[in-house]
Design a protein. Sequence first.
Length: 246
Amino acid sequence: MDPLTTAAASGLQARMDSFDMLANNLANTSTSGFKADREFYSTYLAPEIANGPDPTVSDAPVVQKQWTDFAQGTLIATGNSTDLALSGTGFFAVNGPNGPLYTRSGSFHFTPEGLLVTAEGYPLRAVGGQTIQSQSNDPIQVGTDGQVMQNGNALGQLEVMNFKDPNQLTKAAGAYFQNPDPTNNLPSASEAQVYQGKLETSNAGPAESAARMITLMRNFEMLQRAIKIGADMNNEAIQEVARVSS
């Protein structure tokens, strides 16, 4: 395969990877607390070609890695006393099916048994690893420090976690994250403020995602044309060689 076609084909693959990330962002534009995925482009050089006479022809654009944009989403009022939002860096901690999970999505509710849980049914963690257990059907009051009260009784303080390097977190389903490295935990609690009756919107804006999709589609079309040009040039070269040889 000639260098033009090789580079264009690699570019198409990179754009396909970007499409996958963008599609996931678009699917979660209405997911509370969702953090968008972005891509970091680089070039790849095959080791067996790098030692060849002309290694530059093997430089190919690829998505080297994806990263998560942890920018703050907009806080919107819902009026629901169990909807909570964080302002500042930090994550709500919940008991997932396979260990602790962390999320910015504060769409919580009480189970019939009085346990405060996420939309997926994961119990919300309080400081000390306990859960928030309601004592009645009366509304709760949540302070900016995460202290949960009901009828003057303290139900616990929400465990809001912060990390030395949020980029070490790995995405689980939806708006959840896992922390594979326990040393990534900060020794002190997050300084994020908790706001009751509000939710944080996704930072994957539909308008921005739509604009990026149009850009990717145009890039895709240009790379397809480059492949066609390369194929046409190869065909002409073959026909010219055949003509000269005849």
